[in-house]
Write a protein that binds this ligand. Structure first.
Ligand code: GDP
Length: 313
């Protein structure tokens, strides 16, 4: 059967095959991948895209396991996609690794895909953006995009998410040390992990400190006030509250139209990014000065894919 139809029927093997096509560097695969994306695009979009970031060891995979199980037990279909621009150096993906999410990886309503192991951050993120389209076409309504906090990646990843969740450790001393302000400003929620056992008190103090720090930040453009929470993924505490916050955010941003406007803005960001990456700055600047970019943006808003637009340039 045709790959698109299989994806549309929710076949996870077909989704995995589709993502492999997207990641392939073979010209023949590229053509198939572009056709696939064009077919899937009208069936995509019906999801909450949640970015999850934090330093290695903060508890990302343990959190995703517990959080993902909560979601599937509530009837959701969860896709976990990873973006790890460092994986090339570490010889293979360290994120989205199935062996780290034992229960979720055998859950029939979950799909886990590790990070592509090569490419630039922008290139990987752009492919992940297309992978999201395939997952949504297959009926996955919650997309978790896992990334390591390495400075640059958060900004890029926030351009493919609706909601951004930053995991933090409660440390001794200055709680804000090591966390760049820019990253915190992107977060819709800061979650202090491992709030259990001896760590409980430290977590409560860290929560207060982060709350105070966030007060000093400018109000977000969409009117959302970033939240601070703590949880224990091992003891399964605080996880439901985090989900409630995300649901609340999603309904507010859907009714204010921010969610769809933001997705449009993100698509335009990727259009510009891809033109620069694929065709170079010279071509980009020429399009800019000839005022052609607006025409292309228009085509994008009408549902044309970035690939199809680039074909004609
Ligand atoms: P990642 O590198 O961010 O994906 O972090 P992991 O999920 O692999 O967790 C790193 C370590 O922290 C592991 O040893 C986990 O067992 C531990 N860990 C993760 N979540 C919790 C938690 O909620 N409580 C405690 N006490 N330990 C945790």
């Amino acid at each position: 059967m045709d790959l698109f139809k299989e994806i549309l029927e929710g076949n996870k093997v077909a989704v995995a095959k589709g993502i492999t096509l997207l990641e392939s560097s073979l010209e023949t695969d590229n053509i198939l991948a572009q056709n696939l994306i064009s077919n899937c695009l009208p069936h995509s979009g019906n999801s909450i895209r949640i970015g999850i970031t934090g330093v290695p060891g903060v508890g990302k995979s343990t959190f995703i396991e517990t959080f993902g199980k909560l979601l599937t037990s509530n009837g959701h279909k969860v896709a976990v996609l990873a973006i790890d621009p460092t994986s090339e150096k570490t010889q293979g993906s360290i994120l989205g690794d199935k062996s780290r999410m034992h229960q979720l990886s055998v859950d029939e309503n979950a799909f886990i895909r590790p990070s592509p192991s090569s490419g630039t951050l922008g290139g990987i993120a752009s492919k992940t953006k297309d992978s999201i389209v395939l997952c949504e076409t297959a009926g996955f309504d919650i997309i978790l995009i896992e990334t390591v906090g390495v400075g640059q990646s958060e900004t890029t990843v926030s351009n493919i998410c609706d909601f951004f969740l930053l995991l933090m450790l409660a440390g001794a001393g200055d709680e804000l040390q090591g966390i760049k302000r820019g990253i915190m400003e992107l977060a819709d929620i800061l979650v202090i992990t491992k709030a259990d056992g001896d760590n409980m008190q430290k977590s409560a103090i860290a929560k207060q400190e982060y709350q105070r720090a966030l007060h000093l930040f400018p109000v977000m453009e969409n009117g959302w006030t970033p939240k601070v929470a703590f949880c224990s993924s091992l003891e399964n505490t605080g996880i439901t509250e985090i989900w409630d916050t995300i649901k609340n955010y999603n309904s507010q941003m859907t009714s204010s139209n921010w969610k769809s406007e933001n997705r449009k803005r993100q698509n335009i960001y990727w259009l510009h990014h891809t033109i620069k990456e694929e065709l170079g700055n010279k071509k980009y600047n020429a399009l800019l000065s000839e005022r052609k970019l607006e025409i292309l943006e228009n085509q994008l808003t009408k549902g044309k894919t970035i690939y199809r637009i680039l074909e004609k340039l």
